[in-house]
Design a protein around this ligand. Structure first.
Ligand code: NAP
Length: 692
């Protein structure tokens, strides 16, 4: 009998004894045993902190991002192996795609986030804050990787995605992980981790895996660790009230039971495109992954006069669903993860039936192809009807974690909002409507109880990612019953693994610490124009103060003619009574252009390859004809770029393999009273001289 490995302390170790036996969800055959008995959890966490953490935290965001990308590419090359195993969990090809390639997609997305981050092991958060009249004292926020370990305790439904979507984030942040998948499907997670470890892409100690019980691991958590939990509310409550979690103030991110819902807008009727969209979305949510999705639609709210039309349209669709062995290409719905999970769903449905009736499906029989219901964990899709949703608690409180959903009537949008909130907090809800006021009312009325809201209509349905898909760049998590957690969400996600610290000091000191030029810090000028310097020669704070240029009325007229911008404020003959201005004022864009004329080193070919944009631009004071302006131009931030990579954020240049980096420059524009008239951050690409 084979036993799953635990990858801990730098090696694969089998636990003592036989542990828990794991079965193929489709035919009931034994797959392996999983045991963590005898593992030293204290040493495992220490190994992550002492071995994985120091290596990861020293790497820059760019290095970590490239590491994630390499890992994603590697896993994609081996995906067929994972699909073959995934079928044993009861997953169809589509279910497996969501799990496997959806998980790998998270690695790619997080890898791309590096482009929004500096080439440093830490980053700044938000804007600088001036705290003094003389500009000598300021504040900022810095984010540094926590010194602990991310402990991920996952649910059984997405053994690959569940791991990858989480480790992508902690690894980008610079923190190692210990992953504990739910035991029942851990054989698939184990296969993926074997491939990750064999690739050698992650530094040692960055990832450990335990297949089986978490034992006393949480006893050893410390304040620098982060625990994430996905599973039942009961287990979640138990774990988050663990004495070590409480006494060490360990951040605990929980995703638990969620009674997600969908609302059919009152404007939608049979024959409208949104009607079909609604029916299709509900059916999909019931059968995909056999309903074992944290985001699956459990509650369907329908205007009371359309409730019969809805179930009459839905039932034939559910009847068409081919259920059985996922290896058969005709099959659209596979098995639940195991017999115990099926029993759990049945017992929850029994509780739901105290106030609901079955419109479609059965707890006891299901017709299958290439499988039988005694050996496999199959269950029929079930559509329930509850006619009294305001007086019945069950449909809003009981989550049957399978292909089960309940239709309920509502009278008006206020009722739909109220009913959606009776779930006491969910991961996501959807509304299908083509009416903008209904959509707005629902979103604003319901948002405080839902982590994500999808508004579906015919305009977006075809390209929509659907009700059930959490996306790496959007926040996933929900208030209340859904656990009160939040994860993913692009850069928001990595902040869970970074310590945010307010730092205060002089602008020059904060510049030195952060390697980002802060307004009013001392600049330096060695007599060489910064545009003459290669990327590696530039120093943050390299600065020039330009000559002055007189802005004349003729200049303003000419700029109006060239640009075609004849806004009244720029015309000399305007009657300025009742306007914001005293007389003809220069175009802000003219001032910016004139600034470029002052700070650009115009005469020689130089290492600046191109100017590709402006991050921020503000005009803070009107500039009238007769004013002389000058510019303080400072090297603010440098971001190295990878060679031979098509970066969608920047334009292609001839010969894309020119080694180069991005340089951000602070452009401060002044008038002849030394008052600031405008500020901008411009972006250039600067050549790297030394290719190594
Ligand atoms: P679960 O029994 O709560 O288990 C979740 C995870 O916690 C598993 O890895 C489990 O490991 C682990 N665990 C259980 N007891 C533990 C303990 N004392 N110490 C440390 N870890 C412990 O949930 P499940 O069976 O996987 O899923 C069932 C329920 O989870 C569903 O009914 C659904 O409500 C909910 N769920 C929610 C979401 C969501 O995102 N909201 C997603 C999936 C599932 P073992 O497998 O080894 O027991």
């Amino acid at each position: 009998m084979s036993k799953l490995g635990n990858y801990v302390l730098g090696k694969w170790i089998e636990g003592d004894g036989m542990g828990q036996e794991l079965f193929n969800a489709v035919n009931g055959q034994s797959i392996a045993h999983a045991s963590t008995q005898g593992l030293d959890f204290e040493s495992i966490l220490q190994y992550a902190r002492k071995k994985g953490n120091p290596t990861l935290r020293k790497m820059t965001f760019q290095q970590r991002g490239r590491m994630l990308r390499a890992l994603a590419v590697h896993l994609l090359e081996h995906k067929e192996k994972f699909y073959a195993i995934s079928f044993q969990t009861g997953a169809t090809k589509i279910d497996s795609w969501i799990d496997i390639e959806g998980g790998i997609g998270n690695l790619f997305s997080n890898a791309s986030l590096r482009r929004k981050l500096p080439d440093e092991a830490f980053c700044l958060d938000g804007d600088p804050i001036n705290l003094s009249k003389q500009n000598t004292f300021m504040g900022h926020h810095i984010l540094v990787p926590k010194e602990g370990v991310a402990i991920h305790i996952n649910a059984y439904n997405f053994p690959v995605w569940g791991m990858l979507e989480k480790i992508a984030v902690n690894l980008l942040a610079g923190v190692p992980a210990v992953v504990k998948p739910a035991t029942v499907t851990s054989y698939l997670t184990e296969a993926v981790v074997r491939e990750i470890i064999a690739s050698g892409i992650l530094p040692e100690g960055a990832l450990q895996l335990i297949c089986g019980s978490a034992g006393n691991m949480l006893d050893y958590t410390t304040s620098q660790d982060v625990v994430t939990f996905t599973g039942s509310a009961t287990t979640g409550l138990l774990l988050k009230s663990h004495p070590a979690i409480l006494s060490e103030s360990v951040p605990f991110n929980m995703e638990a039971d969620s009674l997600n819902c969908i609302v059919l807008g009152e404007d939608v009727a049979p024959g409208k495109p949104e009607w079909d969209i609604f029916i299709k979305e509900v059916k999909k949510e019931i059968i995909v992954k056999a309903g074992q999705k944290c985001t699956a639609i459990r509650r369907i709210f329908v205007p009371e006069n359309k409730i019969e039309d809805v179930w009459k349209a839905l039932i034939p669709e559910l009847e068409k669903t081919v259920i059985g062995n996922p290896l058969n290409e005709k099959v659209r719905m596979g098995a639940l993860a195991g017999q115990a999970q099926r029993e759990e769903v049945r017992s929850q449905v029994k509780r739901l039936l105290t106030s609901s009736e079955i419109l479609f499906g059965s707890m006891d029989t299901v017709s299958l192809i290439d499988a039988n219901e005694t050996e496999g964990a199959f269950l029929s899709p079930m559509l329930l009807l509850n006619k009294t949703p305001f007086t019945s608690d069950e449909p809003h409180n009981i989550e049957a974690f399978g292909p089960v959903s309940t239709i309920m009537p509502y009278k008006n949008i206020d009722e739909a909002i109220e009913l959606s909130k009776k779930g006491k907090g969910s991961l996501c809800s959807s509304i299908v409507t083509n009416n903008e006021s209904i959509a707005k009312e629902f979103v604003l009325g319901a948002a405080s109880y839902h982590g994500r809201i999808l508004v579906l209509n015919n305009d977006c349905a075809k390209e929509s990612t659907g009700h059930g898909s959490p996306l790496p760049l959007l926040v996933h998590g929900g208030p209340g019953r859904a656990g009160g957690g939040e994860e993913m969400g692009g850069l928001r996600g990595i902040k869970h693994y970074l310590q945010r610290t307010a730092i205060q000091g002089s602008p020059t000191m904060i510049t030195a610490i952060s390697n980002v030029y802060q307004p009013n810090a001392k600049g330096h000028n060695n007599g060489i124009h910064p545009f003459k310097k290669y990327f590696e020669e530039l120093i943050i704070g390299d600065q020039i103060v330009t000559e002055k240029r007189l802005i004349t009325s003729a200049d303003i007229d000419r700029f109006a003619d060239i640009s075609g911008d004849h806004f009244y404020a720029h015309l000399i003959n305007t009657d300025f009574n009742g306007t914001m201005f005293e007389e003809q004022v220069a175009h802000g864009y003219f001032i910016m252009s004139a600034a470029a004329g002052l700070f650009v080193d115009s005469y020689d070919k130089n290492p600046v390859l191109l100017n590709y944009g402006i991050d921020e631009l503000r005009f803070t004071k009107p500039v009238y004809a007769g004013t002389s302006i000058y510019i303080r131009f400072t090297c603010k931030e440098k971001i190295t770029q990878e060679l031979k990579e098509v970066n969608p954020d920047v334009p292609m240049v001839k010969g894309t393999d020119i080694p180069k980096g991005i340089v951000k420059w602070l452009v401060e524009m002044f008038d002849d009273t030394d008052e600031i008239i405008g500020i901008a951050t411009i972006l250039t690409m600067v050549q790297i001289k030394n290719k190594n």
